[in-house]
Design a protein around this ligand. Sequence first.
Ligand code: NAD
Length: 499
Amino acid sequence: MSTPTRITHLIDGQPWSGTAERTSPVFNPATGEQSGVLDLASASLVDEVVKSAASAWEEWADASLAKRSGVLFAFRELLNDRKQDIAALITAEHGKVLSDALGEVTRGLEVAEFACGIPHLMRGGFSENASTNVDVYSIRQPLGVVAVISPFNFPAMVPMWFIPIAIACGNAVILKPSEKDPSAAIAVAALWKEAGLPDGVMQVVNGDKEAVDALLTHPDVKSVSFVGSTPIAKYVYETGTAHGKRVQALGGAKNHMLVLPDADLDLAADAAVNAGFGSAGERCMAISALVAVEPIADELISKIKDRMGKLVTGDGTRGCDMGPLVTSQHRDKVTSYLDAGVSEGATLVVDGRQDSYESDGEGYFLAPTLFDHVKPGMSLYDDEIFGPVLSVVRVGSYDEGLTLINSNPYGNGTAIFTNDGGAARTFQRKVEVGMVGVNVPIPVPVSYYSFGGWKNSLFGDTHAHGMEGVHFFTRGKVVTSRWLDPSHGGLNLGFPQND
Ligand code: NAD
């Protein structure tokens, strides 16, 4: 067994040279070996980093749009050149297969490409002669030091939902990645210096609750962009807003795929397997509840079962379809739902515990698992499991399916599979979910639209990236201006009116 590598903060453009009071182990989930030891930031270190970010911000806020977009273009090129290396880091610490890791980096890259257009995105409006010889115009200005706190499941992409836009808008960023798989985010953050970003504008602090709380309560942190589980998202939203910050906190999910009887069942089965088991179900947009409108459930389940039999689970570097879960604790938690499902009356159709794995060592594997006859009230249905467990819920009609989806407390993503355009359009209008797919099982919006759920899947008003991202990371200002001449003279204490 090799010695675990030290993983530390990135402060003022350099790896931190101090000694951490607390550390946390990082594992390779495909082998179970400890690969790293991560320095955890204390509240006082976070305070130092915020101060240095605040001083770096003053210069960056004054950088021209041309300078900022130049850095964004350079960052985009560097990330594109290094995407294979970043993907390898993701697979080594998260466990997802390499092709999936590469897909994640590419989706993050798209946000950097969107942010390259910042001169256009930050353009204000101008109204000449709003009143006689009076012009009115709007401008958007950066917030200052902004914090990004990310989850383990997209260690590179989720930070990039926010960071390129925040930097392009003229802010200084402090990223707190997940302590389970921090290396990819740190490697991406290091590219900003190479791209020409001044030191201190992009900093990384690693840590747990202590570091998060220090960011949430620090007076010089102006906004918090959080992604993670619903209870923590709610806590982050409440604490951050109570401390005067602008907060967008994206939470957990329970995504339903509604299959109508007229759908192409082969394509629906492919989609359910891809969206249910890709990345071992550790995606906030994974399909976890397949809602089959009768009489198609038996046929659909049989097609899904056939496809599941062809999937290979194992070490993500070997060309398998699905990798391990992120930690042994998480694998055990997901596995506990299998026993609970059986005891609560669901039918275990495919048991992932009985499969074998392509791996050397003691990885945290659970192969794809399928349940039938799942109902609300069962923990399989009610909880976000975040693993390779697909539950089929049988319903008698489209209306019953829609009511089921709208009764769920989460509202991140959903999909309808049908060849009936009218049914799809009604679904899109009536479903209470933030991101909707029509024959698309994982409807993650492209970077120039915004990503975000409804209900318990997002706390705050603003979704990630797209124009909502630009608005989140800037403040609006409206200027009313005139150039005085003698015709403006005289006393008048009335409220100004336009003439
Ligand atoms: P998590 O909530 O455990 O951790 C997220 C972040 O919060 C991490 O940086 C972690 O260090 C920090 N954190 C953990 N406990 C904390 C505490 N007590 N106080 C303050 N900070 C704390 O989430 P995770 O397990 O890393 O990620 C999986 C979850 O994220 C799932 O629920 C998934 O649905 C959700 N997710 C949501 C989206 C979305 O867009 N809605 C996207 C990705 C992941």
